[in-house]
Write a protein that binds this ligand. Structure first.
Ligand code: G4P
Length: 523
């Protein structure tokens, strides 16, 4: 197979949902169809903690939430599928946002009884901003839920995206009969008495009159709804789907593995190939560009406690990765050798020899990389556009409980900060270490991981919320620092103030009108 053919068969996407909508259950079903896991329950067990192989995140198990994004790969219907898992908990939104920069499409899972929930809405906004296609799976049809027509209106009203159903449920809950699948010209029967899951339409495009379904009132209702929608609703347009303006909607029940394979088949038909990516100069780097390029969207330390490793996740944007290749790390201008690289299968990590645009590879890292780094070869020299960052709002002062253990304390802080989930600030006057995060849970994970992974107990003192503003190096003056506007340096040594509130910031501006306060550091 040529490089071009290899790249064209990649389909890289993320599943987004509000916690409990069924993302884990669907992921697992998809992996099963792809032959990547043997039994359903593997991913689920990872979430609930019965799965020894992936026990690298104890806190994930204890809380039943997915703290880290992982990558899963399988082959299906001639396509190479990469699923990027995104944490559902809102405190991890930053990580999730970056992961969404590394995909070409998103699958949005909605609980049919709950409709669009808070986290779905937030994640959808990110996906929408990127203009990537969104496919919707309305889940849990085996339970009583909301009227399907209402759910479609919600997509339009709350999310502001036009939708087009690809199949239609026949009843729900106890009365769930199956899916009226006009896209494939068949009915998918939920619990067929005769064992026949698919009833194909006859030459008139209808379910054969002899079939008992035709006498079922739920079927008649579904037919009416579907006809109404096909006549008066949005028409399917591949162009609009690819542009992220229209979301195809599928119904099903992940738990009973119903409608999931139908979804997967159709999804893979329309999901886009790897897309191009913009550099800081607004140049689009096409996936078929023969020179290798990629960017790091995530760094994760200690994924496997037995190995004590750190992995930088790279989305390949163009060309081909070959084991042992030299690449240019654009930020430093230095050459690095990509020799120890892994790819992710559901049940294990395998050493990878070769990967192409669209794929995600994990590069073992000893402190070389940062989130947002660009790797290139050949004629490609420019960095990709920066990844979105979020200004932390909550702050903690942190110190080692045991002063004799400064070394492991420092190592832990350095590594966890480099992952990008928390920000580090050092007080200019006292040298105190302060951490900033988007949400409280990130501090808890930090504390927990410091203990477990670095054997370093910490004392964390809440500082409440703060507003961060950078200043220019030439404006720096120790005298300006006070308890309400703490002068500090970030991990890149850039000077800044942590203001107690807006009021303190205004007071400061009045007092020092010549000092420019910047929302981002700029040279
Ligand atoms: P998440 O990753 O989006 O957080 O959701 P997850 O797949 O873990 O599913 C959340 C709950 O919803 C689970 O139940 C799961 O079994 C259930 N669920 C998922 N899909 C369906 C479906 O199609 N129908 C029904 N009826 N339930 C579904 P749980 O009680 O939290 O866990 P468990 O008791 O199954 O372990």
């Amino acid at each position: 197979m040529t490089l071009q053919e290899e790249i064209k068969k990649r389909r890289t996407f993320a599943i987004i949902s509000h916690p409990d909508a069924g993302k884990t259950t669907i992921t697992e079903q998809l992996l099963k169809f792809g032959g990547a896991i043997r039994e359903a329950g593997t991913v689920k067990a990872r979430k609930t903690g019965n799965f020894a192989k992936s026990d690298w995140m104890d806190i994930e198990k204890e809380r039943g939430i997915s703290v880290t994004s992982s990558v899963m790969q399988f082959d299906y219907a001639g396509k190479r599928v990469n699923i990027l898992d995104t944490p559902g908990h809102e405190d991890f939104s930053e990580d999730t946002y970056r992961t969404l920069m590394a995909v070409d499409a998103a699958v949005m899972v909605i609980d049919s009884a709950k409709g669009i929930e808070a986290q779905t809405k937030k994640l959808f906004q990110v996906v929408k901003r990127r203009g990537i296609p969104v496919f919707t799976f309305i889940n849990k049809l085996d339970r009583d839920g909301r009227e399907p027509l209402d759910l479609l209106s919600e997509l339009e009203e709350i999310l502001g995206i036009a939708s087009v159903p690809m199949n239609w449920p026949i009843g729900m809950g106890k009365n769930f009969q199956g899916l009226y699948d006009f896209t494939h010209g068949r009915v998918e029967v939920y619990q067929p008495e005769d064992g026949k899951r698919f009833v194909e339409f006859d030459e008139n495009g209808e379910v054969p009159a002899s079939h008992p379904l035709t006498k079922n009132p739920f079927f008649t209702q579904a037919l009416e709804d579907a006809e109404l929608l096909l006549d008066a609703g949005n028409q399917f347009s591949e162009e609009e789907v690819v542009a992220g303006q229209l979301t195809p909607v599928f119904f099903g029940s992940a738990l009973t593995s119903f409608g999931v394979e139908t979804f997967l088949e159709t999804f893979l038909e329309y999901a886009p190939e790897p897309h191009s990516h913009k550099t800081v100069d607004e140049e689009e780097i096409e996936p078929l560009n023969p020179d290798f390029s990629g960017f790091i969207f995530k760094i994760q330390a200690n994924m496997d406690p037995r190995h004590r490793d750190r992995i930088a996740f790279v989305r390949i944007v163009s060309g081909e990765f070959e084991r042992g290749m030299d690449v240019n790390l654009v930020r430093t201008g230095k050459k690095v050798k990509l020799s120890n690289v892994t790819q992710f299968m559901a049940e294990s990590r395998e050493n990878v020899e070769n990967a192409v645009a669209g794929d995600i590879i994990g590069v073992y890292d000893t402190g070389t990389y940062q989130v947002g780094d660009t790797l290139t070869t050949g004629k490609l020299k420019k960095a990709f556009e920066p990844l979105p960052t979020f200004t932390p709002e909550l702050f903690m002062r942190v110190q080692a409980k045991n002063v004799m253990k400064q070394k492991s304390f420092q190592k832990g802080i350095d590594q966890l900060v480099q992952e990008g989930a928390i920000q580090l600030y050092k007080s200019y006057t006292t040298g105190d270490i302060m951490l900033g995060a988007v949400g409280q849970l990130q501090f808890e994970v930090f504390k927990d991981r410091m203990e477990r992974e670095y054997n370093s107990e910490t004392i964390m003192t809440p500082m409440g919320s703060k507003t961060v503003r950078w200043i220019k190096e030439e404006d720096l003056d120790e005298k300006m620092s006070s308890s309400r506007n703490i002068l500090a340096r970030d991990r890149f040594d850039h000077p800044l103030f942590l203001f107690e509130n807006e009021f303190a910031m205004r007071w400061f501006q009045d007092k020092y009108p010549d000092v420019e306060l910047l929302e981002q550091f700029s040279v």
